[in-house]
Design a protein around this ligand. Sequence first.
Ligand code: CDP
Length: 229
Amino acid sequence: MKKITIAIDGYSSCGKSTMAKDLAKIVKYNYIDSGAMYRAVTLYALRNNLFEGDYPNEPALKECINRIHIDFRQNETTGKSDTYLNGENVEKEIRSMEVADKVSPVAAVGFVREALVKQQQEMGKGKGIVMDGRDIGTIVFPDAELKIFVTARPEVRAQRRLAELAVKGENVSFEEVLQNLAKRDFIDTTRKDGPLRQAGDAIVIDNSDLTIEAQNAQMLKLFERSLES
Ligand code: CDP
């Protein structure tokens, strides 16, 4: 059966990964969370004192970039895929506010993007993949057969992220989360390399008021249409 590439991009915390994960499960494709890779590089930089204030020390990070190995492994208990950094499961740690606070300046660094985009393209070589991020439909897979650009109202996004963090026992305020999202969106949309941008041929979905079921039904329809064309 024909296999396609599905690129899902959008702002921080607009539910891209839920959409991407669910669709991958329904159509039995691989799911890759590209944001997790930028988060893992950020965690590495934090652990190795490669930050000067809010920004990474670029020469120091450049020296290490080839020693940072990221892969995804299926977790038999949760049934989900976990992120590994140099062989260590860092799935929980990369979702912290500390990492969220520092990830966008790291993701704005040209050589970091170059290294990760290369790995992402390698992962998608055989098609049959759903990848979510910021530059998937524009830079990573410009020829993807199905591109979706997701949006949601900022308050809805902050509320969703707050709920996620609460489950993980992180105690942060709504304001803090809202500010973090606004800051990341600003850096992500204004950076020089691979800025967050809607691809010309992407389909826009605002999921602020969509249930997961309605969202999945819509995605499946788009998938089936892409297979036929
Ligand atoms: O899930 P959330 O929306 O919070 O973000 P994420 O997908 O985990 O991505 C974390 C950060 O990585 C983003 O704010 C971007 O700065 C960066 N990123 C990127 O630059 N390019 C991508 N393809 C994916 C993520």
